[in-house]
Ligand binder design. Sequence first.
Ligand code: GLN
Length: 249
Amino acid sequence: MARHRKTFTVGWLYPDLMNIYGDRGNILTLLKRAEWRDYEARLIELGRGTAKRMDAVDIFFFGGGQDREQALVYEDLLESKQAPLLRAVASGASVLAVCGGYQLLGHYYQTGEGERFPGIGLIDVRTEAGKRRFIGDVVVDAALVDITPNTLVGFENHSGRTYLGPRAKPLGRVRMGFGNNGEDHTEGCLQGGVLGTYLHGSLLPKNPHLADHLIRSALRRRGITELSRLDDSVELAAHERILERAGRP
Ligand code: GLN
């Protein structure tokens, strides 16, 4: 499909079911930051039963959901989204997945009751729920080299403990909060064009530098590597407020 140079398309996976703790703010941030740079920003909603135009998507967003919502989407994810999503990522599309969405992109998510939802294996992670929920503010020292500041802030609320296999790298190290599993001090995952994280909040409004990292990554296959600067003073003030609340060193 011929792509007009100045379009930017976001594919939203399961907007009606996988969208908790403000995750919709990530969609608004991606669309707005593209529009502010004169892109025609488009949104394709990819609920259950549809896989329309996934080849036209620059970045997919897969938000969080409780076990109940994950149970409602994982079969559709396997049956109708897995193949076109893997093709899209192989051709350079990016993915931002938060919490429940992050978990289902891995090998499996197992609930506290022992029910196992198979994932699509796009990323080399596995998740098993523990008894205690991890809830609270999170500060991460990110392992991304092209973002300033290199901290990420957000809010977590999950029972899943995610463990990375050798093909996945951590998004960063936890300075405050639990992150992937509350044991190895890692948070999130980077693999190919996929960024997985436990950071709700929503994540991108208070981390504009990460939003631009994702937009740049998504546009790279079209030869676009630079984005015009935006005034992020308000967004970064919110970011700093959480760092102060965390008692920034
Ligand atoms: N149900 C999953 C868990 O509890 C994901 C929760 C979420 O998306 N916030 O770990």
